[in-house]
Design a binder for this molecule. Structure first.
Ligand SMILES: C[S@@+](CC[C@H](N)C(=O)[O-])C[C@H]1O[C@@H](n2cnc3c(N)ncnc32)[C@H](O)[C@@H]1O
Length: 276
């Protein structure tokens, strides 16, 4: 006696994710199921496909469909100085620590279209530290990374971003960091001088350097517990002793295997220092 439709769909989803991982190398098998399901249903609606198995067939045989599916599966929402208090805490509590280092390596893991990377570059420039920094900005999605490399954002966003910048402790005129052209804000190319953008998948790729600061904000909320633990281990391994870890507002180190290896730098701001 076959199981329910619900069970059947779970099996189909498992097979779809298995196929995608094995054929394309994108491993979504340990993403949080509820949000994954919503995104799969959205794709089925957009592609006018009736079953998950039919979607599997399409995705595996049509790389263009896979590209659309990839964009649908990952949430790329981001903003400059997202959670301004986080950046204010970084400016007041972390920058003084960084001043003691001759050279500073920073990793933004899951940087999406780069808004938080440019925010950090400006913050470090204003702190007089940018020349001493090397920022590695990575995401698994090549399409968002290519936007990040361009550093061109909608001009309509600049009012909101200027407000965020000021709340984050910005001291200059924010408009000096971009030129406006055709409804777009084109960020100054020198802001990219110390940034390396590259593809890196937190689920499947290893550590690639040792960093003084690792930012991985609003990425692990989409992962299940197994993948969260895997990524926490990767980030821990990638941080030098006394290095700083920054997470998103809805994320924390609580109940992770590395909880006791960090001390909170600022209560509530998800900024931690590796102490063991
Ligand atoms: C919601 S955005 C967060 C962007 C930025 N960190 C922020 O806080 O505004 C999540 C990003 O994580 C990326 N991502 C999802 N799974 C990933 C993985 N396995 N490896 C690397 N990046 C991943 C997505 O492509 C997306 O750009």
């Amino acid at each position: 006696m076959p199981g329910t439709n619900h069970e059947l769909e779970d099996i189909e989803i498992e097979l779809l994710l298995e196929g995608v991982a094995r054929y394309y190398g994108y491993d979504f098998r340990n993403y949080a199921l509820a949000s994954l399901k919503r995104r799969i249903w959205n794709t089925m609606r957009a592609e006018q496909i009736k079953s998950v198995s039919a979607l599997q067939d399409r995705v595996l045989h049509d790389p263009a469909c896979m590209e659309r599916f990839l964009l649908a599966l990952t949430v790329n929402v981001t903003a400059m100085y997202r959670d301004p208090n986080f950046y204010l805490a970084f400016r007041t509590k972390v920058v003084p620590l960084l001043r003691t280092y001759p050279f500073i390596r920073i990793w933004h893991a899951g940087c999406s279209t780069g808004e938080e990377v440019y925010s950090m570059a400006i913050l470090l420039y204003e702190a007089g530290l940018y020349d001493r920094c090397r920022i590695y900005a990575t995401d698994m999605n090549a399409a968002v990374l290519s936007k990040a490399k361009d550093g061109i954002f909608p001009l309509v966003k600049m009012q909101e971003y200027t407000g965020n910048y000021l709340r984050a402790g910005g001291t200059q005129s924010f408009s000096q960091y971009y030129t406006a052209a055709y409804e777009h804000a084109i960020f100054r190319p020198w802001l990219r001088d110390r940034i390396t953008f590259s593809q890196h998948n937190l689920a499947t790729d290893g550590s690639f350097n040792e960093f003084n600061v690792v930012m991985c904000r609003n990425v692990m909320i989409y992962f299940n517990k197994t993948l969260q633990e895997h990524v926490h281990h990767l980030l821990y391994e990638s941080l030098s002793m006394f290095g700083v870890l920054g997470l998103g507002h809805a994320e924390s180190l609580k109940f992770t295997p590395h909880e006791q290896h960090y001390a909170e730098i600022v209560g509530g701001e998800r900024l931690y220092r590796r102490i063991a």
